[in-house]
Design a protein around this ligand. Structure first.
Ligand code: ATP
Ligand code: MG
Length: 203
């Protein structure tokens, strides 16, 4: 389809959607690795609005998740953060994210970066056929997750192995709640922001 990896002259924009509650080095290494392998010009991190997949637990305020994402990415000239999902309001659907980014970025090919765990569920997402016309999908694998690609459209999806990083936001939150360190799992500025805002204390 038109969004494949080889269109000379087009800007190449990676899109890393996530709850980022908190953002951690797994997210950053994955974005960095995909940017290098796919020759991306930039990766935009897009924190979700109220995430419908995670309605079983309280998600931190959007502004806290947004600011942690800004803190974590600020030093990298290839990384940026978008508020589109937060400012749209309501639950985030990836198809809305990609439609909006498409409209904001003419002459740009989009590469949606997602964990292999999420990619496996992709056909259950809303408007999944349209998704593959809007972006090329890149599934990043992490320890303990294996992808079965049955049913995924040919040419629309690539898989990338990122250096083993058994880091998850869930584990980071649990560590903070137990008083255990998250140094070196998340960027230093994010450790300090979590402490300053007293996030994850009561979980
Ligand atoms: P939670 O534990 O709350 O589900 P998470 O660590 O999976 O959080 P998300 O914000 O849900 O973080 O993840 C955003 C995206 O990054 C998802 O596509 C997810 O699969 C991917 N991702 C999360 N952790 C890693 C990791 N360690 N390495 C590579 N990709 C990751
Ligand atoms: Mg997750």
């Amino acid at each position: 389809p038109g969004s494949g990896p080889s269109r000379p002259g087009k800007r190449r924009l990676g899109v890393m959607g996530g709850t980022f509650d908190p953002i951690h080095h797994g997210h950053l290494v994955a974005a960095s690795e995909v940017a290098a392998q796919f020759h991306l010009d930039e990766v935009v991190f897009v924190p979700t609005g109220q995430p419908w997949q995670k309605s079983h637990r309280a998600v931190s305020a959007a502004e806290d998740r947004y600011l942690m994402t800004v803190i974590a990415t600020a030093e990298n000239p290839q990384f940026s953060v978008s508020r589109i999902d937060i400012d749209r309001g309501g639950p985030t659907y990836t198809v809305d994210t990609l439609r909006d980014l498409r409209a904001l970025n003419p002459d740009t090919d989009l590469f949606f970066i997602t964990g292999a765990d999420a990619l496996a569920q992709i056909l259950t997402w809303r408007d999944s056929e349209e998704l593959f016309s809007l972006a090329h999908f890149i599934g990043v694998t992490r320890p303990g997750h294996h992808l079965t690609d049955a049913g995924l459209p040919e040419g629309g999806v690539s898989l990338v192995e990122v250096p083993a990083l058994a880091i998850s936001s869930t584990d980071c939150r649990a560590r903070v709640a137990k008083g255990e360190p998250v140094w070196y799992l998340v960027p230093d500025g994010v450790v300090r922001y979590i402490a300053k805002r007293e996030l994850y204390r009561g979980e």
